[in-house]
Design a protein around this ligand. Structure first.
Ligand SMILES: [Zn+2]
Length: 309
């Protein structure tokens, strides 16, 4: 059973189809759409970088309500970078276009003249070079700011799990921030971008499963907190350069996840029914999936929404 629709719209609960890539047979067009977790944004940045970096924009329309009237034509794209779930398109005049995909944002790449896969009125930015057209659809957050000020938007984030420069110091800092939240529930802390950046609802459910702990386990009760950081990074890395988001190692549709979006189905490991329910309060509530047998530990609090299975 899928979560109620309001969750899919209001919250980053990831209740969407797996990443799809209709353009995979054409290296110059396509969409990186799906569960917008760190790996999706990373792959989007990579595709946009390949298409736009070093190119002069012949068209640069911003249609976001906050940015209408800005014209980016004539600027050269220097780079496209991702930081956690944030995306920056950097230009040669010292400006960056920031975007955040939230739940339903997408970047598409087309050749000039190709028919867009979503209605034009949903487009929020159109960046065209001589050979490519990059179109952003349905983005809620967009800002044009000096590149030197990007930290204003992402400086608060924990280490980016897909940072190309990731090293032991990043792992140590992520672990420090993670264990500092010892009194909080594992499933909620994994979603906190201030702790480590890149995990969304899909990977938090799968990390909890692979740790063998219920999402309501307190961080301080984890036998090996460092394993949570390592697992989160490994899962994101595994999928960073491909459209699928597999945590099981299998790429076939319906076999990619251990518990995520598998409510009521048999656990792949023990055969128990996978359960799902809300974790967190109010606007921060997210749907979580778990196997009650493989993931012992605390369950939903009595006043939380009833768990489903
Ligand atoms: Zn199980």
């Amino acid at each position: 059973m899928l979560p109620p629709r309001r969750h899919r719209i209001d919250h980053d609960d990831g209740a969407r189809p797996s990443k799809v890539d209709p353009g995979s047979t054409d290296r110059w067009t396509g969409t990186v759409a799906g569960v917008p977790e760190g790996d999706t944004v990373h792959l989007t940045a990579k595709r946009l970088r390949a298409a736009l970096a070093g190119q002069v924009l012949v068209r640069g329309e911003l249609r976001h309500p906050r940015l209408v009237g800005h014209d980016l034509a004539g600027r050269t794209v220097l780079d496209v970078a991702s930081v956690g779930k944030h995306l920056f398109t950097r230009f040669d005049d010292g400006a960056s276009l920031h975007s955040h995909l939230r739940m339903d944002g997408e970047w598409h790449l087309y050749r000039p003249g190709m028919r867009w896969q979503r209605p034009g009125h949903q487009a929020r930015a159109v960046l065209e070079t001589g050979e490519r057209v990059a179109v952003e659809f349905a983005l809620h957050d967009m800002e044009l700011l000096p590149t030197a000020e990007e930290d204003r938007l992402v400086g608060h984030l924990g280490p980016d799990l897909l940072d190309p420069a990731w090293g032991p110091e990043h792992a140590a800092e992520a672990l420090r921030r993670f264990t500092a939240r010892g009194a909080s529930e594992l499933g909620l802390v994994l979603l906190e971008q201030r702790v480590m950046a890149g995990v969304g609802n899909l990977y938090r459910a799968e990390v909890c499963f692979l740790l063998g702990c219920s999402p309501w386990t307190l961080v301080r009760d984890l036998p090996d907190p460092a394993a949570a950081v390592t697992l989160a990074r490994d899962l994101l890395l595994r999928n960073a350069d491909r459209p699928q988001q597999s945590t099981t190692g299998e790429l076939a549709r319906g076999r990619q996840h251990w518990v995520y979006e598998r409510t009521g189905q048999r656990c792949r490991r023990c055969g128990a029914r996978v359960r799902s329910g809300e974790q967190g309060d109010g606007v921060y509530a997210r749907f979580v999936y778990w196997c009650p047998r493989c993931q012992p530990g605390p369950g939903p609090t009595p006043d939380a929404a009833p768990a489903r299975w």
